[in-house]
Design a protein around this ligand. Sequence first.
Ligand code: TYC
Length: 102
Amino acid sequence: KNDDDQDTSVVVETRPKTKRPPLYKVLLLNDDYTPMEFVVAVLERFFGMSHAQAFDIMLTVHQKGVAVVGVFSHEIAETKVAQVMDFARQHQHPLQCTMEKE
Ligand code: TYC
């Protein structure tokens, strides 16, 4: 007796899918008005940088127009952006901070 009609030809997926959540770059943008010391203070306060590290990154933004200041989960990146934008607005500086998927 022939049992071929029982073969459904389905390939079983055996590899477990452990997809990591996407990461987001937080970017700081240059402008002509925000004081350099304020940007350094932002990087120290919200991104845990040393003064020297913060000064380096600030100069990179000043010279190149933009720099990545950290890479985070979506929720943390959103929080960092909101904190920087709130702090800049409180001090009436036009500093811009955004995020983008890595
Ligand atoms: N360009 C600003 C100045 O000359 C300094 C600055 C640096 C502003 C980095 C924003 O993200 C920034 N005062």
